[in-house]
Design a binder for this molecule. Structure first.
Ligand code: MG
Length: 382
């Protein structure tokens, strides 16, 4: 029941290194399986988004976040006739390039790289996700990376600066960097993963925010999307309170956003009526919230930025996390002997140091920092 504008594995633009088809799986399933078996994927268990991995066992990690994105994306894909396997592959891979300590780690690593090479490229997690699947995974005898299909790689490279796109296109003419120069769209499945990512973190950051004690239900009532669904829930279950009330409101928030996107995609596809996945690339974005839902989710995002991501306690943690990265970087650069075999043999250039640090889990980065500097920036892990 695929929509004509959906991606089709048999019409894939292929892999960088040609491979014989798999006997039982389509090309997108094969990508998904390669991602699930990768080292970078397993490390997502110990990498975080907002809260550090050792702050508690119940907070989201990049792994559970990626699973939630895949779940939301697949539900929507199935309803509107997009290719579920491609959505799943992109969703599971979309955060593979994230550093330890979430965005704080990325910012610090970017500063380190730009300091080391003022004329060079910094660090950007989307580009790093692509680098992980194209280069850094070492699992196959004939090539570096996972040799994923064009469509999965296109979805992984969600953003890209013009400068980086030019560099990518020089190495791979007409490849995944091209659309940032042509200003065209990616596949519908890739567009969907971006939105599923947003839906997932808006919901789970509320949950984790309340669990951590940094957000209260009272504060959340400032947000119309939350407040309206809480009123609706209480009308139906007047005695509901505490965590079960919170879970029910979040559940309704997720459903409302998912149904909104399904309706909106249905309308957009009927209007634009693309006849192929390639035609979709030349159209404006077709996967989006309705205008009223977009406004409500923007309000929620603003609320989270203000009250959670910029909470004094989060700022304090991310400040120390940045310091860990800023101190690890020069330590490795000065002492290639401090890091494992293969990279050291190639000499410690700043990009290799960045690849090594970016691959670390939160806890490994903390341990390494302690070992190399003799100092403890975070209380010992429980
Ligand atoms: Mg994400």
């Amino acid at each position: 029941m695929l929509h004509p504008g959906a991606s089709r594995p048999e019409a894939s633009r292929g892999r960088r290194y040609a491979e014989a088809p798999a006997p039982t799986r389509n090309e997108f399933q094969r990508d998904r399986d390669r991602i699930v078996h990768s080292t970078a994927f397993r490390r997502l268990v110990y990498k975080t988004q907002v809260f550090l991995n050792h702050e508690g066992d119940l907070f989201r990690t990049r792994m559970t976040h990626s699973l939630e994105v895949a779940q939301i994306g697949r539900s929507i894909a199935r309803s509107v006739g997009l290719h579920e396997d491609l959505v799943e592959a992109i969703a599971l891979a979309h955060d593979l390039g994230h550093t330890p300590f979430g965005h704080a780690g990325q910012d610090a690593l970017n500063e380190c790289l730009l300091d080391a090479r003022p004329d060079g490229n910094g660090f950007e997690h989307n580009l790093q996700s692509l680098r992980v699947v194209d280069k850094l995974e070492e699992r196959y005898p004939a090539f570096d990376g996972l040799n994923l299909s064009f469509e999965t790689r296109e979805g992984i490279l969600k953003h890209c600066s013009r400068r980086n796109a030019e560099r990518l296109v020089a190495a791979e003419p007409g490849g995944v960097g091209q659309r940032f120069l042509d200003r065209t769209q990616p596949s519908l499945e890739a567009q969907l993963c971006n939105l599923a990512d947003e839906i997932a973190y808006n919901a789970h950051d509320i949950d984790d925010g309340v669990r951590s004690g940094l957000l209260t239900l009272q504060q959340l009532r400032e947000v119309e999307l939350f407040a309206s669904l809480e009123r609706e829930t209480i009308t139906q279950f007047p005695d509901l309170a505490g965590r079960r009330l919170l879970f029910e409101v979040i559940r309704r928030m997720l459903s409302q956003q998912i149904y909104d996107v399904i309706d909106h995609i249905g309308i957009a596809l009927a209007d634009a009526a693309p006849r192929s996945a390639d035609e979709v690339r030349g159209l404006p974005p077709l996967v989006a919230f309705s205008e009223s839902m977009r406004r409500r989710t923007l309000e929620l995002k603003r609320f989270l930025r203000h009250n959670l991501y910029r909470h004094a306690q989060v700022i304090d943690t991310t400040g120390r996390a940045k310091q860990v990265i800023r101190e690890l970087f020069p330590a490795y650069l000065a002492n290639p002997a401090e890091w494992p075999g293969r990279q050291a043999a190639h000499g410690a250039n700043p990009r290799r140091v960045a690849d090594y640090i970016a691959g670390m889990t939160d806890r490994f980065a903390l341990r390494e920092h302690q070992r190399l500097t003799g100092r403890t920036l975070f209380a010992p892990m429980p």
